[in-house]
Ligand binder design. Structure first.
Ligand code: DAH
Length: 341
């Protein structure tokens, strides 16, 4: 019987070496070391031996069992490695192929321009203040010193809602009152970015929808010199230090005095060209000292507080900066345009 065991041992080892896949190996294991496998069956036969032979046989069968178990484990990991290898080889990636390009997104040119503006004013201590796109007539006009039939309303024809007092804001100036009412009597230094809406003829230079960035600073001893210094520095940081600026007197109902700021033309550098209508200058913003009535409407005593405000159009700034000749491009969603920035 011992011979039978040795025979089984060598046969099993051979079969193990011949197994050429993990599936075959599984069967081998069941047949040999499994619950009803050949080793088990052999153990059952111990009873047929006489007493003296039993211990030696028992010992040997244990050794054989352990050896087979170890040989099985070794063969198993060998075959697994082989299978993995061939799997890798058959599904191999050709690393020399060029990669598939991922379409890369980018920020809209106006978002980029807005971020430039935020950064510059942020460095000067202005916080961003958000105010609603849908406004009341009071915030958009009346509290800014535009009485109901004031001719300055003509320039900002509004989109009305079904409620006659509720309109889409025509300018970000509407948020000035909200910011002042939130902060007074503390000083305030904010910029208010956002979309504005006007019922206008759509042309290359005007659209029914555009962004604005409003600025507002209210406090003690704020003067026209602060306005000029702040806006001149802004223009230098945005357009470069060799860009010159000038202020021209203007009119807005909510500022007194009012001024518009021009920068030297980007195309001709101030020499005069069709874009700047031969003047050498391009207008980039409106500004002024906050009107006493507006300060009062915001909750500040105009005897104690003064302030300046300004409003600029990022589309206009981007048009000047990049030489874009049609404002409708910004929101037409044409990738051929957008991907240039
Ligand atoms: N709200 C004006 C407009 O849309 C721009 C403006 C001018 C804003 C002067 C101001 C300002 O804050 O002081 O035309």
């Amino acid at each position: 019987m011992l011979e039978q065991l040795e025979q089984l041992y060598t046969d099993s080892l051979n079969a193990l070496q011949e197994a050429d896949g993990t599936a075959v190996l599984d069967t081998w294991y069941k047949d040999t070391l499994g619950r009803k496998g050949s080793i088990y069956l052999m153990t059952r036969q111990v009873g047929q031996l006489n007493k003296e032979e039993r211990p030696a046989f028992g010992q040997r069968i244990n050794v054989v069992k352990n050896e087979l178990e170890a040989a099985y484990q070794a063969r198993l990991s060998e075959l697994k490695a082989k299978e993995l290898e061939s799997q890798i080889a058959s599904s191999a990636i050709d690393v020399t192929l060029p990669g598939r390009p991922l379409p890369q997104g980018r920020l809209h040119v106006i978002t980029q321009t807005l971020r430039d503006i935020y950064r510059i004013f942020g460095d000067m201590g202005f916080q961003i203040y958000r105010s609603p796109d849908v406004e009341t007539d009071a915030f958009n006009f009346e509290l800014l010193n535009f009485p109901p039939h004031h001719p300055a309303r003509e320039m900002q024809d509004s989109f009305y809602t079904e409620n006659p007092d509720v309109i889409l804001r025509t300018h970000t100036s509407a948020g000035q009152i909200r910011a002042m009412r939130d902060y007074h009597p503390e000083p305030v230094r904010v910029i208010l970015p956002g979309m504005c809406y006007r019922n206008e003829q759509i042309t290359t230079r005007s659209s029914i929808q555009f962004t604005q960035v409003e600025g507002l600073a209210v406090g003690h001893n704020i003067s026209m010199a602060d306005l000029k210094g702040t806006l001149t520095e802004f223009a230098r940081r945005l357009f470069g230090s060799n860009r010159q600026t000038r202020f021209r007197a203007s009119y807005f109902p909510f500022t007194e005095p009012s001024a518009e700021m021009d920068v030297t033309c980007f195309l001709c550098d101030g020499k005069g060209c069709p874009v700047c209508k031969q003047t050498g200058w391009l207008e980039i913003l409106g500004s002024g000292m906050v009107h006493p009535t507006v300060l009062r409407n915001g909750g500040y005593d105009p005897e104690i507080y003064t302030g300046f405000a300004f409003g600029l159009g990022p589309e206009r700034i981007a048009m000047l900066k990049y030489g874009i000749d049609d404002i409708r491009q910004f929101w037409a969603n044409d990738l051929r345009f957008l991907q240039q920035f």
